[in-house]
Design a protein. Structure first.
Length: 203
Protein backbone atom coordinates (compact mmCIF):
# COMPACT_ATOMS: atom_id res chain seq x y z
CA UNK A 1 0.00 0.00 0.00
CA UNK A 2 1.40 3.35 -1.06
CA UNK A 3 0.79 6.43 1.08
CA UNK A 4 -0.43 9.26 -1.15
CA UNK A 5 -2.06 11.76 1.23
CA UNK A 6 -1.01 13.74 4.26
CA UNK A 7 -3.98 12.33 6.17
CA UNK A 8 -2.79 8.75 5.58
CA UNK A 9 0.77 9.63 6.47
CA UNK A 10 -0.15 11.44 9.66
CA UNK A 11 -2.39 8.56 10.73
CA UNK A 12 0.66 6.29 10.70
CA UNK A 13 2.71 8.81 12.69
CA UNK A 14 -0.02 9.95 15.03
CA UNK A 15 2.16 10.40 18.14
CA UNK A 16 3.10 14.03 18.72
CA UNK A 17 6.79 14.91 18.22
CA UNK A 18 8.82 15.01 21.42
CA UNK A 19 9.10 18.54 22.78
CA UNK A 20 12.90 18.49 22.42
CA UNK A 21 12.63 17.82 18.67
CA UNK A 22 10.70 21.07 18.24
CA UNK A 23 12.32 23.49 20.67
CA UNK A 24 15.84 22.75 19.36
CA UNK A 25 15.10 24.60 16.10
CA UNK A 26 16.68 28.05 15.99
CA UNK A 27 16.72 30.79 13.38
CA UNK A 28 20.37 31.49 14.15
CA UNK A 29 23.62 29.76 15.04
CA UNK A 30 23.83 29.56 18.83
CA UNK A 31 27.23 29.25 20.58
CA UNK A 32 26.68 25.49 21.04
CA UNK A 33 25.66 25.09 17.41
CA UNK A 34 28.75 27.03 16.34
CA UNK A 35 30.91 24.54 18.25
CA UNK A 36 29.41 21.71 16.16
CA UNK A 37 30.11 23.52 12.89
CA UNK A 38 33.68 24.31 13.92
CA UNK A 39 34.32 20.62 14.75
CA UNK A 40 32.98 19.34 11.44
CA UNK A 41 35.24 18.48 8.47
CA UNK A 42 32.35 17.31 6.27
CA UNK A 43 28.96 18.60 5.13
CA UNK A 44 26.41 17.36 2.59
CA UNK A 45 25.01 20.28 0.59
CA UNK A 46 21.53 19.94 -0.92
CA UNK A 47 20.28 22.33 -3.60
CA UNK A 48 17.39 22.49 -6.04
CA UNK A 49 17.11 23.78 -9.60
CA UNK A 50 14.95 23.49 -12.72
CA UNK A 51 16.54 20.14 -13.60
CA UNK A 52 15.85 18.70 -10.15
CA UNK A 53 17.66 18.10 -6.86
CA UNK A 54 21.35 17.79 -6.10
CA UNK A 55 23.20 16.63 -2.98
CA UNK A 56 26.93 17.17 -3.00
CA UNK A 57 29.70 16.31 -0.49
CA UNK A 58 31.91 19.10 0.84
CA UNK A 59 34.95 18.34 2.97
CA UNK A 60 37.93 20.25 4.29
CA UNK A 61 39.76 20.93 7.52
CA UNK A 62 37.47 21.06 10.61
CA UNK A 63 35.63 24.35 10.77
CA UNK A 64 35.97 25.00 7.03
CA UNK A 65 32.42 26.34 7.03
CA UNK A 66 32.83 29.76 8.63
CA UNK A 67 30.32 31.26 11.04
CA UNK A 68 30.48 34.89 9.94
CA UNK A 69 27.74 35.89 12.37
CA UNK A 70 24.78 34.10 14.02
CA UNK A 71 22.72 34.35 10.82
CA UNK A 72 25.45 33.84 8.21
CA UNK A 73 27.61 30.90 7.16
CA UNK A 74 30.28 30.95 4.45
CA UNK A 75 31.19 27.79 2.54
CA UNK A 76 34.27 27.96 0.27
CA UNK A 77 34.07 26.08 -3.03
CA UNK A 78 37.24 24.00 -3.24
CA UNK A 79 38.47 22.29 -6.39
CA UNK A 80 36.30 19.47 -7.65
CA UNK A 81 35.00 18.02 -10.90
CA UNK A 82 33.98 21.42 -12.31
CA UNK A 83 30.38 20.30 -12.93
CA UNK A 84 29.23 23.14 -10.61
CA UNK A 85 25.76 21.57 -10.28
CA UNK A 86 25.22 23.06 -6.81
CA UNK A 87 26.36 26.52 -7.88
CA UNK A 88 24.15 26.50 -10.97
CA UNK A 89 21.20 25.59 -8.77
CA UNK A 90 21.85 28.36 -6.24
CA UNK A 91 21.99 31.00 -8.98
CA UNK A 92 18.46 30.01 -10.01
CA UNK A 93 17.00 28.92 -6.66
CA UNK A 94 18.74 30.09 -3.47
CA UNK A 95 17.32 27.41 -1.16
CA UNK A 96 19.96 25.16 0.41
CA UNK A 97 20.16 22.53 3.14
CA UNK A 98 23.32 21.46 4.97
CA UNK A 99 23.98 18.29 6.97
CA UNK A 100 27.19 18.38 9.05
CA UNK A 101 28.95 15.22 10.25
CA UNK A 102 31.53 15.09 13.03
CA UNK A 103 33.78 12.00 13.08
CA UNK A 104 33.34 10.10 16.33
CA UNK A 105 30.13 11.90 17.31
CA UNK A 106 26.60 10.60 16.89
CA UNK A 107 25.21 14.12 16.70
CA UNK A 108 24.62 15.58 13.26
CA UNK A 109 23.74 19.23 12.61
CA UNK A 110 21.35 20.65 10.05
CA UNK A 111 20.93 24.10 8.53
CA UNK A 112 18.28 25.28 6.09
CA UNK A 113 18.61 28.65 4.45
CA UNK A 114 19.23 30.69 1.33
CA UNK A 115 22.55 31.15 -0.44
CA UNK A 116 24.34 33.59 -2.70
CA UNK A 117 27.58 33.04 -4.62
CA UNK A 118 30.44 35.46 -3.91
CA UNK A 119 33.63 35.99 -5.91
CA UNK A 120 34.91 38.80 -3.67
CA UNK A 121 38.73 38.59 -3.84
CA UNK A 122 39.31 39.55 -0.19
CA UNK A 123 36.77 37.02 1.05
CA UNK A 124 38.21 34.24 -1.10
CA UNK A 125 41.77 35.03 -0.06
CA UNK A 126 40.75 34.66 3.58
CA UNK A 127 40.05 30.99 2.81
CA UNK A 128 43.37 30.36 1.03
CA UNK A 129 45.28 27.18 1.89
CA UNK A 130 48.84 26.69 0.63
CA UNK A 131 48.40 29.98 -1.22
CA UNK A 132 45.38 28.68 -3.15
CA UNK A 133 42.04 30.42 -2.70
CA UNK A 134 38.68 28.96 -3.73
CA UNK A 135 37.13 30.36 -6.91
CA UNK A 136 33.88 31.22 -5.16
CA UNK A 137 32.26 31.03 -1.76
CA UNK A 138 28.64 30.38 -0.84
CA UNK A 139 27.22 32.94 1.60
CA UNK A 140 24.31 31.30 3.40
CA UNK A 141 21.62 33.11 5.36
CA UNK A 142 20.42 30.80 8.13
CA UNK A 143 16.67 30.24 8.39
CA UNK A 144 16.62 27.07 10.52
CA UNK A 145 19.39 25.40 12.52
CA UNK A 146 19.14 22.35 14.72
CA UNK A 147 20.96 19.22 15.81
CA UNK A 148 19.79 15.71 15.01
CA UNK A 149 19.80 12.90 17.56
CA UNK A 150 22.34 10.08 17.29
CA UNK A 151 20.01 7.21 16.31
CA UNK A 152 20.96 7.11 12.62
CA UNK A 153 24.71 7.18 13.32
CA UNK A 154 24.35 4.54 16.04
CA UNK A 155 22.25 2.26 13.84
CA UNK A 156 24.80 2.62 11.03
CA UNK A 157 27.76 2.07 13.35
CA UNK A 158 29.37 4.71 11.17
CA UNK A 159 32.43 5.39 13.29
CA UNK A 160 33.02 1.91 14.70
CA UNK A 161 36.17 0.13 13.45
CA UNK A 162 34.25 -3.03 12.56
CA UNK A 163 31.95 -1.03 10.28
CA UNK A 164 34.80 0.26 8.12
CA UNK A 165 34.78 -1.15 4.58
CA UNK A 166 37.95 -2.25 2.80
CA UNK A 167 38.14 0.04 -0.28
CA UNK A 168 39.62 -2.86 -2.24
CA UNK A 169 36.30 -4.71 -1.89
CA UNK A 170 34.45 -1.96 -3.80
CA UNK A 171 34.48 -1.05 -7.50
CA UNK A 172 37.17 1.53 -8.20
CA UNK A 173 36.48 4.86 -9.92
CA UNK A 174 38.39 3.63 -12.96
CA UNK A 175 36.32 0.44 -13.15
CA UNK A 176 33.04 2.32 -12.85
CA UNK A 177 34.02 4.84 -15.51
CA UNK A 178 35.14 2.08 -17.87
CA UNK A 179 31.85 0.26 -17.37
CA UNK A 180 29.63 3.25 -18.22
CA UNK A 181 31.77 4.36 -21.19
CA UNK A 182 32.47 0.95 -22.76
CA UNK A 183 36.13 1.36 -21.86
CA UNK A 184 36.61 4.79 -23.45
CA UNK A 185 37.30 6.49 -20.08
CA UNK A 186 38.74 5.12 -16.86
CA UNK A 187 40.35 1.76 -16.32
CA UNK A 188 43.47 0.79 -14.42
CA UNK A 189 45.47 3.75 -15.75
CA UNK A 190 42.89 6.15 -14.30
CA UNK A 191 43.11 4.50 -10.89
CA UNK A 192 46.91 4.47 -10.94
CA UNK A 193 47.08 8.21 -11.73
CA UNK A 194 44.44 9.25 -9.18
CA UNK A 195 46.57 9.58 -6.01
CA UNK A 196 49.04 12.00 -7.62
CA UNK A 197 46.28 13.86 -9.45
CA UNK A 198 44.43 14.33 -6.16
CA UNK A 199 47.57 15.47 -4.38
CA UNK A 200 48.24 18.16 -6.99
CA UNK A 201 44.66 19.42 -7.13
CA UNK A 202 43.50 19.12 -3.50
CA UNK A 203 43.17 22.89 -2.93
Amino acid sequence: MMIDSLESLEALYSAAPAAASLVKVSDRITPHYQALIEASPFVALATVGPEGLDCSPRGDQPGFVRVADPRTLILPDRRGNNRIDSLRNVIRDPRVALLFLIPGSGVTFRVNGRARISADPDLLQSFAIDGKAPRTAMVITVEEAYFQCARAILRAGLWTPEAQVDPASLPSAGAMLAAVTAGEVGGEAYDAAWPERARQTMW
